[in-house]
Write a protein that binds this ligand. Sequence first.
Ligand code: FNR
Length: 383
Amino acid sequence: MGLVNCNNISDLRKLAHKKLPAPMFHYIDGGSDDEWTLGRSTDAFSDYELLPSYLKNIENIDLRTKILGTTLDLPFFLAPTGMSRLFHHEKELGACKAADKFGTLYSLSTLATTSLEEVAASTAGPKMFQIYILKDRGLTREFVTRCKEAGYQALCLTVDTMLSGNRERDRVNGMTMPPKFTLKSMMSYITHPVWAMNTLLHPDFKLANVAHRVDAIGKSTMGLMSYVNSQFDRTVTWDDAAWLVKEWGGPFVIKGLQTPADAKRAVEIGASAIMISNHGGRQLDTTPAPVDCIRPIRDEVGNALELIVDGGIRRGTHVVKALALGANACSIGRPYLYGLASGGQKGVEHAIDLLAKEVERDMALLGCTDIASLTESYIQQRR
Ligand code: FNR
């Protein structure tokens, strides 16, 4: 099976499973604890039904979407995900170039394996940097300066990762960064020779945005991941988020909020958008599906915030439902990582193309020709 045989995101997932050694596949695919939230985030879309409106001129479907002060060609974009080099040697560069090709936004994680400057130099497309407020506030401040200099449009503060969720699949499969060569992992690498060969040819496993700091403070003997884990700060509060909003001074997203009360706080500190997200079911298990949080949050904040919904989106109808319920845009994580693992930049392009065509077809079948007109009249909760 190759990319051309992948007719949907589920097919891409199967191909990624074939191409990747077990630790890497399950690092993408897995969630926390019992993975209830992971499954529920997709399943919950089935609790909503689309209500088509017929006999309209649907010849031209306009998917352009205004978000974060910029107009995207699609109503969804690529969510921040760490350590892309584990999945393909084209890593973040493959993903950001694919996003640019489709006129959509790429979000770069603090924990990326490509530096924010290298990404900026490789694509003129819209870019957002995902930041954590770390114990080393100097590093957080440094990111703000670097992002301004590199021309990032928006900053995204992730607030649901004060510590890492309980990812049991990672322990079972021996996932490490950089990958370790143990007896068990060797078997997995031998049965995935293309991945193993590309790893030998491009052994560039580094957390490019923080690596300099690790070396500069003389912690080169400390594993990169343990450095990062030691930097997660459990004392971060809304005051710190308010400080960062001011430091940045541009479009600012808070990622990981799920309640109307927290959304209201985001408005109060001057954020321009929130990402309604449970981190793809990788942090606190048994939190709600993002799609179920849209209406209550929209009711609370009105138009004071842009709402981005992320988690469980695997079909065009999922994007359409989120928008009809009140989201301004969606973002996707695993769908494009399955693509990256399956074929680098080409694989990410295939993932975006599949979803974009589905959204366009679904909009036409729904009788809705543009994103701004996609309102609650097109959706109902299943009885
Ligand atoms: C993530 N996510 C994430 N989020 C973030 O703010 N910073 C990060 O570094 C990462 N890293 C990361 C790695 C991997 C492998 C995955 C799958 C996810 C979460 C991501 O931004 C997004 O919230 C979810 O992926 C959305 O859910 P779906 O689309 O994967 O179902």
